[in-house]
Write a protein that binds this ligand. Structure first.
Ligand SMILES: [Zn+2]
Length: 185
């Protein structure tokens, strides 16, 4: 349980955290919902209140632009309780359900520090999800990303043996045509 948040339950206050990664969670209908994971969440005095929390990827986050792992963010949020369901392996330990504390309704989001390099995503043109740079299709909406460079390479790939034989044949035919070699009759 997040004891440091329990102590602040019901309060709305300012926090800071480090962007870790984008994620997805199932929606009741339609495409999965985008989420944001912040780690090392502290109050503004620098006391860590939890090691990580997931948030919905709200407008407040989106206006910050693409975030990269390590970017530092400040925001206001409300400390609240929620019921957590046990993972199968924890069920016996604490009976399946437990109250824990999290932060809701983050507002007044501000980037404190941006890290570099930042060119680490393939952003889906269809749904806007920031996929890993090496992704071949969008993890959220499934649209394939065109691998133009690879396609072009494939077109140019010719079996080297074939090419060599062709050049050799060509060379021989020229030699023969100028009488440099004789055809074996
Ligand atoms: Zn997509």
């Amino acid at each position: 349980m997040r004891e440091k948040l329990k102590l602040r339950n019901g309060k709305r206050m300012r926090f800071k955290g480090t962007f870790d990664r984008y994620g997805l969670k199932p929606a009741y209908r339609g495409l999965p919902l985008e989420t944001v994971c912040l780690k090392e969440i502290q109050d503004m005095q620098g006391e860590e209140v939890t090691d990580h929390l997931w948030f919905n990827h709200t407008k407040g986050f989106k206006v910050l632009g693409l975030l990269c792992p390590g970017d530092r963010i400040a925001f206001d949020a409300r400390v609240g309780a929620y019921t957590k369901r046990a993972r199968v392996e924890e069920e016996e330990e604490w009976g399946g359900r437990q109250v824990d504390y999290h932060l809701t309704r983050p507002t007044k989001l501000k980037v404190l520090v941006r890290v570099s390099p930042r060119d680490i995503y393939t952003v889906c043109e269809k749904c806007g999800f920031a996929n890993r740079l090496t992704a071949e299709w969008c993890r959220r909406c499934g649209v394939p990303f065109e691998q133009l460079e690879e396609q072009q390479l494939e077109v140019e790939v010719v079996d080297p043996k074939l090419r060599q034989m062709t050049l050799e044949d060509e060379f021989m035919s020229i030699m023969k045509s100028i009488g440099a070699v004789r055809s074996k009759a």
